[in-house]
Design a binder for this molecule. Structure first.
Ligand SMILES: [Zn+2]
Length: 383
C-alpha cells in the first residue's frame, strides 16, 4: 500500500485488504506481474555531448582502448565535444536519457562529471545534475570526477599533472564543496590516468571539503586503488576486474561496496570480468551498475547488466537484483529511503511483464519493464 509517495504497508493481499486504509484506497491491478524496488544505478556518466560510435568501429577491428586514448580518442574525445556544446543542448540530451532510464525501471542514478576537465565545464556539468534532479522525477546523486584524466592542455608539459592536480585541489574541489554541487569525489586510478599517490591527494582534498570518496579501481591493471579507497573510507570501489586476493579480503572486511560494471567488459569485448563470486562468497557488499557512458558502456539497461552478471559473473538472479537495488542504494548513502519495498520507504517501484523474477535477466537484451513509479507517481507505463 502506498500513501503520499511512501510505502505505508507491505504484505499478502489478504492482510493488506483488512487494513482500515484499504477501504478508501485505489487498486492498481498488476495481473500477476513482478514488482521490484526501482533500480538504483550507482555509477553513470550521464552528461556527455555525443556517442563515440566511430571508436566502436576501430575497437572491433582490434585497436585497444588504451591505444585509442593515447591518440586523443577516448575520454579526451568526449571532453573536446562537451566543451564545444552548450549547457542547453547537454541538458536536453540528458533529459532524453533520464526518460529512457525510467522506461527500463531505474528510479535513482548516480551521475559523474569528468568530461569537462576545466573549471567552467566541470561546474557546468555539476550544475546540470542539480537542475535535472530538481526538474524531473528521477533522483540524481552527484559525483565530482575532475580526476578522470589529465586534460590535453596540461599534457606533455614539465609539471602538467602537478598543475592540474593543483587546480583540482585549490579551486575546483573547494568550489564544489562550498556550493553543494556534489556528494562524492571520484578518481580514475589507472595507468594513463592517476597514480595511487595522486588519487590519494585528490580524494583527501575531497574529504576535506565534505565529499566522500568513490574510486575507479583495478579496471585495466592492479594499482592498489581498492586498498587506497578502503583506507580513505570510500563508499564504493568500482570496476575491480584486476582484484588480487588481498583486495578481496580487504573489501570483505570493509563497508566499501564493490560496484561491478560488466557492461564495460562486454562492450569492449574484454574476456576478464570482475570476480563477483569470490567477492560475494567472502562477504563483500556487491553492487551492479551500468557505467552508462559513451566510450566503454553505452547502455542504460539495468536488466541487461543483470543478464551479464548472471551469465558472466555467475551471480544468481536474486543476487543481481539485491546488487542493483539495496546494495547500490547503500553505496549512495540512501538505503534508508530507497532500494527495497518496506513500509516507510519511498514508493519507487518497477513492475515487469514477467511471471517469475528470474525472467528479468533471462530475457537478455529485452526490456520487460511495464511500469515505473517514483515517489508514488507513475513515470513510465507501457501501452
Ligand atoms: Zn566510470
Amino acid at each position: 500500500m502506498l500513501r503520499d509517495g511512501v510505502i505505508s504497508a507491505v504484505g499478502p493481499a489478504a492482510k493488506i485488504e483488512k487494513l482500515k486504509e484499504s477501504k478508501s484506497a485505489e487498486l492498481l491491478e498488476l495481473d500477476g506481474r513482478v514488482v521490484l524496488p526501482g533500480f538504483v544505478d550507482s555509477h553513470t556518466h550521464l552528461i556527455h555531448a555525443a556517442s563515440r560510435a566511430e571508436e566502436y568501429d576501430l575497437k572491433i577491428q582490434g585497436v585497444g582502448y588504451e591505444e585509442i586514448a593515447r591518440k586523443g580518442g577516448g575520454i579526451l574525445n568526449s571532453v573536446g565535444k562537451l566543451r564545444a556544446t552548450t549547457s542547453q543542448d547537454l541538458k536536453a540530451r540528458a533529459q532524453l536519457f533520464l526518460e529512457r532510464f525510467a522506461e527500463y525501471g531505474t528510479t535513482t542514478i548516480e551521475a559523474k562529471s569528468g568530461y569537462g576537465l576545466d573549471l567552467t565545464s566541470e561546474l557546468r556539468i555539476l550544475s546540470l545534475h542539480k537542475e535535472l534532479d530538481a526538474e524531473q522525477p528521477l533522483e540524481i546523486v552527484s559525483t565530482f570526477l575532475g580526476a578522470h584524466v589529465v586534460p590535453a592542455e596540461y599534457r606533455g608539459k614539465p609539471n602538467g599533472t602537478r598543475d592540474y592536480l593543483r587546480l583540482l585541489e585549490q579551486e575546483l574541489i573547494p568550489d564544489v564543496g562550498e556550493n553543494g554541487l556534489a556528494e562524492y569525489c571520484d578518481v580514475f586510478c589507472e595507468r594513463g590516468a592517476f597514480s595511487v599517490a595522486e588519487s590519494r591527494q585528490v580524494l583527501a582534498a575531497g574529504k576535506k571539503h565534505g565529499l566522500r570518496p568513490r574510486v575507479h579501481a583495478e579496471q585495466l591493471s592492479n594499482t592498489g586503488a581498492t586498498r587506497l579507497g578502503i583506507q580513505l573510507g570510500a563508499a564504493s570501489c568500482d570496476h575491480l576486474e584486476y582484484l588480487k586476493p588481498v583486495d578481496i579480503r580487504a573489501l570483505s572486511k570493509s563497508n566499501a561496496v564493490a560496484t561491478l560494471l560488466p557492461g564495460c567488459d562486454f562492450h569492449l569485448g574484454l574476456q576478464k570480468y570482475a570476480p563477483a563470486r569470490k567477492l560475494i562468497d567472502s562477504g563483500a557488499i556487491v553492487a551492479l551498475a551500468t557505467d552508462f557512458n559513451p566510450g566503454t558502456s553505452p547502455t542504460l539497461s539495468m536488466a541487461m547488466v543483470l543478464s551479464l552478471a548472471c551469465s558472466q559473473l555467475r551471480m544468481t538472479p536474486a543476487e543481481t537484483i539485491a546488487a542493483a537495488t539495496i546494495n547500490a542504494a547503500y553505496s549512495l548513502g540512501r538505503y534508508k529511503k530507497v532500494g527495497s519495498l518496506e513500509a516507510g520507504k519511498q514508493a519507487d517501484l518497477a513492475v515487469f511483464e514477467v511471471a517469475d523474477y528470474r525472467e528479468i535477466p533471462y530475457y537478455f537484451g529485452v526490456n520487460t519493464c511495464w511500469l515505473t513509479m517514483k515517489r508514488g507517481e507513475v513515470i513510465h507505463m507501457r501501452d
